[in-house]
Design a protein. Structure first.
Length: 391
């Protein structure tokens, strides 16, 4: 094998983007797509349409699509079941974020994945591949910042209008989507939080449901985190602020690292804070930090494509995965803990009880105004394939 044959389940906005990346990658070839809505097939990257088979039935897609790798880009609730079905059909997988809606479903997916060690299993946590994020990760891991004492991440540049939420009746509902800003907009940041800093041991969050919009789910979160080593953190997210902010601030013994507006700046102490605190003879004096702008290479390639090609090389040559699927449970659990804290109005100790979270979510699903469609769209696949140039 010198090329990886790829299929996509779910051809929405992100599925369309994946189809282009596959077409433009020298390591991959788009073979088939699957969606219950035949109109979605028009989203496939135009130069790839002629050679792409189209299916509305998942079983036929997996049996007849002739692919090695399946990208799962459907609404969140269906990620685990389709991923499991694809693995049982012998397909390598990339699961879009989040890998599941809640921890218990993610645990089931990971258990099933463990039964297929021969298959490459990745999550689409592509923001790990932004060059600035890789530099931050390296600075932390190499001890350049010293012991981290406080983390503050404000991510409020997710503004969404009411029209956005009204554009799909499944959006921002407990039954249709399973959550709001934590599940839709912030999975990448929640993944980066655990990737950079590990998992906290305690979470306390103020969560607002439909504060800015006519929706069921959360559109504002203010969370306080405690870590086993004494580090504390704040995580703030909203889809109702304009203008918004995206500012990551890491306070550590050797200074403060800030990433905002594309600039990575380190205010570096000449001496560690705790050492200066113990030894200085001054009551009010502080060290004057060195202002260091940390350079990093501009991002020139789609980060989704970088994950795709990493998975392709893992299949072809055994390359180590950037974002193993099993790691997707960590950021998901962090978001679940914030919701659980908001629901119960109390501190939440991690790891959380996945069954308890699922039970509480199911009660909200039972009263959700969204009613999921149960009948798949009908389509004459032969005529659709003919229109795409397939026989």
């Amino acid at each position: 094998m010198d090329i990886v044959k790829v299929g996509i389940v779910g051809v929405g906005n992100i599925g369309e983007h994946h189809s282009r990346n596959i077409y433009e990658s020298p390591l991959c070839k788009l073979m088939a797509v699957c969606d219950i809505d035949p109109k979605a097939f028009k989203r496939v990257y135009a130069p790839a349409q002629a050679e792409t088979k189209c299916f509305t039935d998942l079983d036929r897609f997996l049996a007849e699509g002739d692919m090695d790798l399946v990208i799962i880009a459907v609404p969140h609730y269906d990620h685990p079941s389709i991923a499991i079905k694809a693995m049982n059909a012998g397909k390598h997988i990339i699961v879009e974020k989040p890998i599941a809606v809640h921890k218990a479903a993610a645990e089931e997916l990971i258990r099933e994945g463990a039964k297929h060690p021969e298959l490459v299993q990745s999550a689409m946590f592509c923001q790990r591949e932004y060059n600035a994020h890789k530099v931050i990760k390296r600075l932390i891991d190499q001890g350049e910042l010293g012991r981290i004492t406080r983390i503050n991440w404000i991510i409020t540049n997710w503004f969404r209008s009411q029209r956005y939420y009204d554009s799909g009746d499944w959006r921002a509902s407990w039954r249709g989507e399973g959550g709001g800003v934590l599940l839709n907009q912030c999975p990448h940041q929640l993944d980066l939080m655990q990737w950079f800093f590990g998992m906290p041991c305690k979470v306390r969050a103020a969560v607002k449901f439909g504060k800015y919009h006519d929706i069921e789910v959360e559109d504002e979160v203010n969370a306080y985190l405690e870590y086993p080593d004494g580090t504390v953190g704040n995580f703030i997210a909203s889809t109702g602020e304009m203008p918004g902010t995206n500012r990551l601030e890491i306070t550590a013994e050797k200074g403060r690292l800030v990433y905002e507006n594309g600039v990575l700046e380190f205010l570096r102490n000449e001496q560690e804070t705790s050492v200066f605190c113990r030894n200085t003879e001054s009551s009010f004096g502080v060290l004057q930090p060195w202002k260091c702008t940390i350079p990093y290479e501009p991002d020139t390639i789609s980060i989704h494509r970088l994950i795709l090609e990493n998975v392709a090389r893992a299949i072809l040559h055994g390359e180590k995965l950037i974002a193993p699927m099993a790691e997707g449970i960590r950021g998901l659990e962090l978001g679940n803990a914030m919701l659980l804290s908001g629901w119960k109005d109390c501190d939440i100790t991690l790891p959380i009880d996945g069954a308890d979270f699922e039970e509480r979510l199911n009660k909200l699903i039972a009263t959700s105004r969204y009613q999921k469609k149960t009948v798949a769209a009908e389509v004459d696949e032969n005529s659709m394939q003919k229109s795409f140039g397939n026989n």
